[in-house]
Write a protein of this length. Structure first.
Lengths: 213, 787
């Protein structure tokens, strides 16, 4: 069972573009956002293992193909903080723009934490196997247009209440779809680099010659 | 026998079992579209229906769960073709009744998602119209109460009076994915006049037990139970309850009073046969639950079993600043009024947005949607215009209060049918064409008249609340006790809940708060349930809390101590602003909101408002902006300063509203997050900075259509339009919006921004400016407006 009892606020501050030591006001705002989010969210997730050959519909693009090159088994998973996270953000925003931004960043950090936990739980089912890092639609040349088929394959609409909006976005917004490749053989080391990131052209970290994480 | 009569008599009715399960075991391709099988393999579908009929199913669900225009867009068939084929396949199985099966649309409605209520309604209308040959309509596996309301309204308005059944899917915490709870579902749907409600999918019979029990306590309608065959195996996703165990578990539901049964995921004709066998041994239990007076939003129910505070502040009467906010379409201002009142202790919020200068019907919808987007607190829709009332009732998510009807024929004929149609509660004012009766007896008689009329058209007694009307003590001193006597009698003799706006009592007297507070306590003792007050006035809210303590409602003084005990004790004393020695610049620079507001109030005593803006606020913001550019402070600190400046601005705006016709306006700018995109934090940051510099921002919100941007720009003749998009997928929307602006508003310049945008791309899509951050947008605005 996955439990989330605190939020990685260093990560949240980084999402907000806050460098150095945050002052008391920021810490207090982070406390409030954390309390509100943890009290209200209902984290949910589901996953399923597929033979790679059955996933032609969603494994589109060279980058994902390369990512899964040595894997026969592919996990699709989906996780969400639920609509309550969006509700927390809307409310915080209505009170104060900065509180809204803080709640949004804290929720994003929490989503990553949830995915880390889900990944851990999934991999427990595959002892003595090797896995890739998780790859999401929208990375590199993998189009976001696969989201609908992706959700259908693991029945995420019915099981988690996640859907794709007319504009192609996952809703609730603090939701993630991700792909993990599983192999019986050790996998070549690969890193999630800047090249496949959508923000590589405008990234403030890259402009300064550093990385986001 | 006629189906509706069987439903009314609470007879046992047997539905069918899983369709998806049967299709999968017949080899339906993973991720395939089951509705297409109505054409590609009609015999398979009819065969499944036949198997269920043979097992005892009286009602067969058509194979149309996802047959709506959005989900079927990828097929080459129309909704009409699919639904007609599915009904034909069901007919061949010769069941007693055919139910047009309607599942969720597959997109979330605003405010969580982007689908508009009206669009959802139209999607359902198309399905209902195509399904005219069915005997009834079933909405199943629903999780969003607002979506259900859209569907039920479509079925009511286009379904030729055929029965409507609704089942929603709950999680083990007793709520749906969207947070909807059982009492809210029951109150709302029984109010809307559906024929039976219940639960399906998501859980097995064992987990559903507490949920079904609660539902049986909250509705007089027949209760439907259509569970999964247990919980799915986490790895294989298969269901494990065999037919015998399934039937045995469902027997318990019959004992609770559920009467309509079926199976969902993992169930087969054997499971349905087990249900049929179980029902043969049982007799329907006729429940007689006592459902309390209550109102709700989808996620929160307020039971009127003790005094509940209705917050009165969302109302422009006598408030110039509020009027200005309405004229400027400033929903943020309204939302802040809502939040303040809830924090102060309001249980329900009155919403009055009536102003001759604006389109009240449109504003009512805007306000209701916006307030429901940020809070679960139920609302009271307060308007004299039937159009505005109906507009609000249509999109309200839950069961609201209507304020108000009175004893005049016209009023009763117009308002009560709307209350009935939308399943609201209603406030009845004890006045008629002859005015307000002087005596308690006169008001009692009008209350009785309103009640009888309401009952005669099918409104529940518990949903009629009576306002015996407060007159001012200074003008009609003798009337005060008449009002209280009327409250007492309406409560005791008619058994109705009572409402009273209390502030009027002290009009024209000194020490108004003293008079109002004491009258409030007297009224509560006389039987007032719903005081309409300003909850931000601590003496009012505390009077209600104290009454609840003394009347033994607040058991062990839990709530009272929580508010006034221990460290909260000082909070009732007015807090001192710590601004004596601080300058406005320092407050803005440190991002201190309340200080910035307090200092501005003091400054306004002997400084011109525009002088404060130009000499204090803008230089402070410029300084923050410069430090941001230099990397000395970061975006959060910049926003923090901007928020402080905003609260100073709010004080100045209120001052200007009261003291002059002057407004701060250095130019008008239209802002929008483009169609398809719902990430609006960036846009809101830009907005607050622009407002700080004195620009009037027309904020169109998020997911804004191209046309809406052009309309607003045309209407305001704004020289600058700012567009934001966060996702690569929504950049084409930005381009299309700019194209339309070039056609329709050639005078305007466009500035674009958003995480994935680059200067090159901005140029490529025809934008005049690219802003890398909020600060740069202000610089661009200064350039465009030359100020």
């Amino acid at each position: 069972m996955i439990s989330l009892s605190s939020i990685d606020r260093a990560q949240a501050f980084r999402y907000m573009g806050l460098h150095g030591k945050p002052d008391d006001k920021m810490q207090k705002m982070a406390d409030d956002a954390e309390k509100d989010l943890l009290a209200r969210i209902q984290p949910r997730y589901c996953w399923k293992a597929f033979q790679k050959k059955n996933l032609e519909k969603v494994l589109i693009g060279e980058d994902i193909q390369k990512h899964l090159e040595s894997c026969e088994l592919v996990i699709l998973f989906c996780a969400t903080l639920s609509q309550s996270a969006d509700a927390c953000i809307r409310l915080a925003q209505a009170v104060d723009v900065l509180a809204g931004m803080m709640t949004d960043a804290m929720a994003s950090a929490l989503t990553e934490q949830l995915c880390d936990e889900v990944e851990k739980e999934i991999l427990e089912n595959f002892p003595a196997m090797y896995s890739t890092w998780r790859f999401s639609p929208g990375y590199g040349d993998m189009p976001l247009s696969v989201q609908n088929d992706f959700l259908n394959l693991i029945n995420a609409e019915k099981r988690l209440g996640i859907c794709v909006s007319g504009g192609g976005l996952l809703i609730p917004t603090k939701s993630v779809t991700a792909i993990i490749g599983i192999s019986g053989e050790p996998l070549p080391k690969s890193k999630k680099g800047c090249a496949i990131c959508n923000l590589s052209k405008t990234c403030p970290y890259r402009m300064k010659g550093v990385h986001c994480s | 026998m006629n189906l509706r009569e069987r439903l009314k008599n609470h007879e046992f009715i047997l539905l069918d079992g899983g369709m998806g399960t049967m299709l999968q075991s017949a080899g339906l391709e993973l991720g395939g579209i089951p509705e297409m099988l109505n054409f590609t393999n009609p015999d398979l579908i009819t065969g499944i229906h036949e198997a269920y009929v043979k097992s005892g199913s009286e009602v067969i669900y058509t194979n149309t769960f996802g047959a709506n225009r959005l989900k079927m867009a990828k097929t080459h068939k129309s909704v009409q073709q699919i639904i007609r084929a599915a009904i034909a396949n069901a007919k061949k199985a010769n069941p007693e009744y055919i139910a047009l099966d309607i599942g969720p649309i597959g997109q979330l409605l605003e405010p969580a998602g982007t689908l508009k209520f009206e669009e959802a309604y139209d999607i359902f209308r198309e399905q209902i119209e195509a399904g005219q040959d069915a005997d009834l309509y079933i909405f199943e596996t629903m999780t969003d109460l607002l979506e259900v309301r859209a569907g039920v309204l479509a079925a009511k308005e286009y379904g030729n009076g055929k029965p409507i059944l609704v089942t929603m899917s709950f999680e083990e915490n007793g709520r749906t994915f969207t947070g909807c709870e059982i009492p809210a579902m029951a109150l709302t749907l029984e109010g809307l006049g559906v024929d039976a409600i219940g639960v399906n999918c998501s859980l097995g019979p064992e987990e559903l037990t507490p949920i079904v029990k609660q539902l049986c306590e909250w509705t007089n309608l027949p209760v439907i139970v259509k569970p999964n065959a247990g919980l799915p195996d986490p790895v294989t996703n298969e269901y494990h309850f065999d037919a015998e165990r399934f039937g045995r578990c469902c027997k318990e539901f019959a004992g609770m009073g559920a009467v309509i049964f079926g199976g969902c995921c993992g169930t087969t004709p054997e499971h349905v046969k087990a249900l049929a066998d179980m029902l043969k041994e049982q007799k329907p239990v006729r429940r007689r639950p006592e459902i309390p007076a209550a109102v709700c939003s989808a996620n929160k129910t307020v039971i009127i079993n003790q005094p509940r505070i209705i917050g009165e502040r969302i109302n422009p009467t006598g408030k110039k600043r509020f009027k200005q906010a309405l004229i400027e379409h400033d929903t943020d201002y309204i939302l802040n009024q809502a939040i303040q009142q809830i924090e102060a202790g309001a249980d329900i919020l009155d919403v009055n947005v009536g102003l001759p200068e604006i389109d009240e019907t449109e504003m009512m919808q805007t306000a209701v949607k916006a307030i429901q987007g940020i809070t679960d607190t139920p609302l009271q829709l307060d308007t004299t215009k039937p159009d505005a009332l109906e507009a609000g009732l249509r999109i309200y998510n839950g069961k609201p209060i209507v304020n108000s009807v009175n004893g005049e024929e016209d009023s009763m004929n117009t308002v009560l049918p709307l209350v009935k149609k939308y399943g609201a509660a209603v406030v009845g004012l004890t006045l008629d064409k002859n005015g307000i009766p002087k005596t308690a007896q006169g008001r009692f008689e009008i209350a009785e008249r309103i009640l009888n009329r309401a009952l005669s058209i099918g409104i529940r007694r518990e949903d009629v609340y009576i306002d015996c009307l407060t007159l001012t003590a200074s003008a009609e001193q003798a009337g005060v006790m008449e009002t209280l006597e009327a409250v007492r009698r309406v409560k005791q003799e008619l058994g109705l809940k009572t409402v009273l706006g209390v502030s009027n009592i002290s009009f024209g007297l000194p020490s108004r708060e003293l008079v109002t507070r004491n009258f409030l306590t007297m009224a509560l003792y006389a039987g007032l349930d719903l005081p309409i007050i300003n909850p931000n006035t601590e003496s009012m809210t505390s009077a209600v809390r104290t009454y609840k303590l003394l009347a033994n409602i607040d058991k062990n003084a839990v709530d009272f101590i929580a508010h006034y005990g221990g460290e909260n004790a000082q909070t009732s004393a007015p807090s001192k602003p710590q601004s004596a020695d601080m300058t406005l610049e320092a407050a803005v620079s440190a991002g201190l909101k309340s200080e910035a507001g307090a200092i501005t109030s003091v400054l306004l005593e002997n400084t011109e408002p525009m002088h404060i803006v130009n000499q204090y606020l803008i230089p402070a913001l410029d300084k923050a902006g410069m430090e941001f550019e230099k990397g000395k402070i970061f975006l959060p600190q910049l926003i923090s300063s901007a928020s402080a400046a905003q609260s100073a601005f709010e004080v100045i705006k209120s001052y200007l509203c009261e003291h002059s016709t002057e407004t701060v306006n250095r130019g008008t700018i239209v802002l929008a997050t483009v169609k398809g995109d719902i990430h609006d934090i960036g846009k809101n940051i830009v907005k607050i900075l622009l407002e700080n510099y004195g620009y009037q921002v027309i904020d169109l919100g998020k997911d804004v259509s191209y046309e809406a941007v052009a309309d607003a720009t045309e209407k305001s003749h704004a020289p600058l339009v700012g567009l934001s998009a966060l996702m690569t997928t929504t950049l084409p929307s930005m381009e299309n919006t700019i194209k339309l602006l070039h056609e329709r508003c050639p005078w305007c310049k466009t500035v674009v921004g958003g995480a994935v945008l680059t200067a090159d791309y901005a140029e490529q899509i025809g934008a005049d400016f690219y802003a890398k951050d909020a600060k740069e947008t202000v610089d661009i605005a200064k350039q465009v407006f030359g100020n």
